[in-house]
Design a protein around this ligand. Structure first.
Ligand SMILES: Cc1cc2nc3c(=O)[nH]c(=O)nc-3n(C[C@H](O)[C@H](O)[C@H](O)COP(=O)(O)OP(=O)(O)OC[C@H]3O[C@@H](n4cnc5c(N)ncnc54)[C@H](O)[C@@H]3O)c2cc1C
Length: 403
């Protein structure tokens, strides 16, 4: 059954660029665009920036080591306030990241709208002309020359009718989700990042615990703070991050498993005797949903051969393939350093509509590598640079590199 709705929506602004989603890709895009003088609007559904970093309590900051530009700037600024280091020398304080992103987005002259959810694209044929959003003020329209979909799930591109592949592209299953949880009073040795697995194994071998605890890549990730760690362990499988019912079930199941895991830690692992559960993440970490098809689809073969592209975004991906999925035996493997072409961020068949972050055009395996946050920030930076060139040259972004 359907109902018909009629809206008369006020147009509240006009921009060069609208960025939807303020996660690593969104802040990379918006900060760079603002600095390049583009009139930029950043729309974010939560009341803070950082996306999966700060909403799902994800740490550490992967694939930063060879990056220059904004990634290096963020790392250097976090180091300057002793908010970066600890676990594998790349973990960061969540609050320091939030504060830094607030400051950088404002300093770049970006207009920021928190607590605002993307509602629908404004299309003229295959060309996007802006977006309609929903917030406490009701519905509002904003017009722009370009829209970058940094929602992680490709919400804008999907609503605009873009082609996409969901999850692994075979049975449709995405990588599993994870509820991260934050603990204080944890007595593990920082120099032994894999220690949690050994302690859990020992606890199960030596006790009849009665807990059904999973062992899929368990990490207590130290933050650059005294005895504070965020735990990655709980995995929720075969749920759909774009289906509200499935996502609700995943949140409930994830929190339940996090509480059980914490209880198990306290009872059976002496190093957690004094631990306290500070919080579960405000939202479950969704690793994978839609892969929006672009002018080019990055593939596993590109990663294995270390592909380079004339229209590359100005950085190398150095992170390997990392799949959180029991059913895939080949869940971690090495790849050569490779590049991402601008074409993978241009939505196929659409004009003015781009993606950055985990929803760009790549297959299941490529996504399992480029999705980490150093790459998402750098993608946004490279993309905003290309958009600024296109606007300056008064041409379409597809003409920037004549490929
Ligand atoms: C459990 C887990 C562990 C991970 N571990 C690591 C790790 O250790 N290191 C690492 O570097 N990477 C890690 N990753 C991967 C990484 O966090 C993500 O791939 C990355 O954050 C994707 O960035 P993004 O900007 O594309 O999307 P996101 O980080 O998801 O940001 C999307 C933003 O868009 C907003 N948004 C979404 N929809 C809308 C809408 N309709 N309207 C308005 N706003 C919207 C969201 O609120 C969010 O702020 C992990 C991911 C998960 C889930």
């Amino acid at each position: 059954m359907y109902i018909n709705e009629e809206f008369k929506t006020p147009v509240l602004g006009e921009y060069d660029l609208i960025v939807v989603g303020g996660g690593p890709a969104g802040i990379g895009t918006a900060i760079t665009a603002g600095r390049k003088g583009l009139k930029t609007l950043l729309i974010e559904r939560y009341g803070f920036l950082g996306g999966t970093w700060t909403a799902a309590l994800v740490n550490p900051f992967f694939d930063t080591e060879t990056k220059t530009g904004l990634v290096k700037e963020l790392v250097d600024d976090l180091k300057a306030t002793n908010s970066f280091g600890a676990f594998w020398n790349i973990s960061f304080s969540f609050e320091a990241m939030k504060k830094l992103l607030d400051e950088k987005v404002k300093a770049a002259g970006v207009d920021l709208l928190f607590h605002t959810t993307f509602s629908s694209p404004i299309m003229e044929g295959d060309t996007i002309k802006g977006v309609v959003v929903q917030n406490k003020g009701g519905r509002a329209a904003y017009l722009s020359k370009y829209v970058v979909d940094c929602t992680g799930d490709g919400d804008v591109a999907y609503s605009a009718g873009a082609e996409y592949v969901f999850g692994n592209g075979t049975n449709g299953n995405p990588q599993s989700m994870t509820t991260m949880f934050l603990l204080s009073g944890v007595k593990l040795r920082q120099e032994k990042p894999n220690e949690l697995y050994d302690l859990m194994k020992k606890a199960v071998d030596e006790n009849d615990t009665g807990y059904n605890i999973e062992f899929d890549k368990p990490y207590a990730i130290w933050l650059p703070m005294e005895d504070i760690a965020v735990v990655q362990l709980v995995h929720i499988r075969e749920k759909n991050g774009t289906d509200p019912v499935s996502l609700t079930e995943a949140e409930l199941e994830g929190r339940k498993k996090a509480y059980e895991t914490f209880e198990f830690f306290k009872k059976y692992i002496p190093e957690f005797k004094d631990a306290q559960l500070i919080m579960t993440a405000p939202q479950i970490g969704v690793r994978e949903t839609r892969h929006i098809i672009g002018d080019y689809v990055l593939t596993k073969e590109n990663l294995l051969s270390g592909a380079t592209f004339e229209d590359n975004l100005g950085f190398d991906v150095t992170f390997n393939v990392d799949i959180h999925d029991d059913s895939d035996k080949q869940n971690c493997f090495h790849v050569k350093n490779y590049q991402i072409p601008l074409r993978s961020l241009i939505v196929k068949g659409k004009n003015g509509l781009l993606t950055a972050g985990r929803c760009i055009s790549g297959d299941f395996y490529a996504h399992a590598s480029f999705r980490v946050t150093g790459n998402c920030v750098a993608m946004g930076e490279g993309l905003a640079t290309a958009i600024a060139m296109a606007i300056e040259q008064n041409t379409d972004i597809r003409n920037i590199y004549k490929l």
